[in-house]
Design a binder for this molecule. Structure first.
Ligand code: SF4
Ligand code: SF4
Ligand code: SF4
Length: 274
C-alpha cells in the first residue's frame, strides 16, 4: 500500500480547456451511468452538461459564461465535486458514521452503512452529496481512494491532457498553488486567487482561479455552517439514542441550516440512471 497521507488535488483553471476528460474518467472508473442518454446530442443552450451533480455524477465541469462589454462570450471554467474539507460537515452530521476520513485525507462514503437520512445532502455547503431514491443511499466522490492507496492518481487527474490537474501531498499542492499564483499575478492576472487553503478548514481539492474564485463558481472564504458546531456537541448523545436524538435535533438542524434542496423523485432518478 502506497504512503498517501493527507493528499490533495490541485486544479488550475488557467490550464483547463473544459475538455471534460476528467468528468468522463470519473464515470468510467466509478462505473456511473450517464444521465444524458439520447439527449446527450441535443444542444441545451450551454456546453455545460449535465446541469448539476447527481447520484451518478460525482464531478462536472462548469462553464460560468459571461458576456464581456466588448461582445462575445467568456467562459470561466470550473470544477464542481467534493472538496474533501477539513471541516467536513458531511462527516459531522452523519449519525451512523457512514462518512469517514480516509488516510488519503479524503472523505469516503460507505454505502453499506448509509441509511439514506440525507443529513449530509442537506448540510454540505457545496451541494455535493446526492441521494439515490431507488437505493435510498447517498453518493459522492471518494477521491478515488481505491486507486490512491495502490499508488495511482485519481482517475480525473490521470486523464487530464493539459496539466490542469495535479495530485500530491496537500502541503506540496498548497506550495505549488502559491507559486502558480505569483506567476499569474506577474503575468497580469491581477484577480487570480487560490481557493481551498483556508476555506472549510482547508480543502483537499484546491483551485488556482485565474480570474478570481467567484468567476469560476467558487465562494471565497466559505466556511462550515455554524449550526454544524452545535451538532458536533450534540452528536455524542446519539450513542445513547440515535433515532430519538436525530429525530429531535436533526430536524431542527436541517430546518435552520439553509442548504435544503428538493428531493429526487423516482422519475428524476430514472432519468438520472436511465
Ligand atoms: S481533463 Fe483537464 S483540461 Fe479537461 S476538463 Fe478536466 S481539468 Fe479541464
Ligand atoms: S464538500 Fe461537502 S461532501 Fe465534500 S467533504 Fe465537504 S462537506 Fe463533505
Ligand atoms: S477523485 Fe475520482 S471519484 Fe473524485 S472526481 Fe476525480 S475521478 Fe471522480
Amino acid at each position: 500500500m502506497a504512503d498517501v497521507k493527507d493528499m490533495a488535488i490541485l486544479y488550475d483553471t488557467s490550464k483547463c480547456t473544459a475538455c471534460k476528460g476528467c468528468q468522463v474518467a470519473c464515470k468510467q472508473w466509478n462505473q456511473l451511468p450517464s444521465p444524458l442518454k439520447d439527449s446527450a446530442y441535443e444542444f441545451s443552450g450551454s456546453y455545460e452538461n449535465p446541469s448539476e451533480l447527481g447520484p451518478a455524477t460525482w464531478l462536472r465541469m462548469t462553464f460560468n459564461e459571461v458576456e464581456p462589454d466588448d461582445g462575445g462570450v467568456q467562459w470561466n471554467f470550473g470544477r464542481q465535486g467534493c472538496l474533501h474539507c477539513t471541516d467536513a460537515t458531511c462527516e459531522t452530521v452523519c449519525p451512523v458514521g457512514a462518512i469517514r476520513r480516509a488516510s488519503t485525507g479524503a472523505l469516503a462514503l460507505d454505502r453499506e452503512k448509509c441509511i439514506g437520512c440525507r443529513y449530509c445532502v442537506n448540510s454540505c455547503p457545496a451541494g455535493v452529496p446526492h441521494w439515490d431514491a431507488v437505493a435510498n443511499k447517498t453518493s459522492k466522490c471518494r477521491m478515488c481512494e481505491d486507486r490512491v492507496v495502490n499508488g495511482l492518481q485519481p482517475a480525473c487527474v490521470s486523464t487530464c491532457p493539459t496539466g490542469a490537474l495535479s495530485f500530491g501531498r496537500r502541503d506540496e499542492m498548497v506550495s505549488a498553488a502559491r507559486e502558480r499564483l505569483t506567476g499569474l499575478h506577474g503575468g497580469g492576472h491581477t484577480k487570480a486567487e487560490v481557493f481551498g487553503i483556508d476555506e472549510l478548514g482547508g480543502t483537499h481539492v484546491l483551485t488556482v482561479a485565474h480570474r478570481g474564485a467567484e468567476a469560476h463558481g467558487l465562494t471565497p472564504g466559505m466556511q462550515a455552517p455554524s449550526a454544524v458546531s452545535l451538532w458536533q456537541l450534540l452528536k455524542p448523545l446519539a450513542a445513547i439514542g440515535t433515532a430519538a436524538v436525530a429525530g429531535v435535533f436533526g430536524l431542527s438542524f436541517l430546518t435552520g441550516i439553509g442548504y435544503r434542496r428538493d428531493e429526487l423523485t423516482l422519475e428524476d432518478r430514472e432519468k438520472e440512471v436511465g
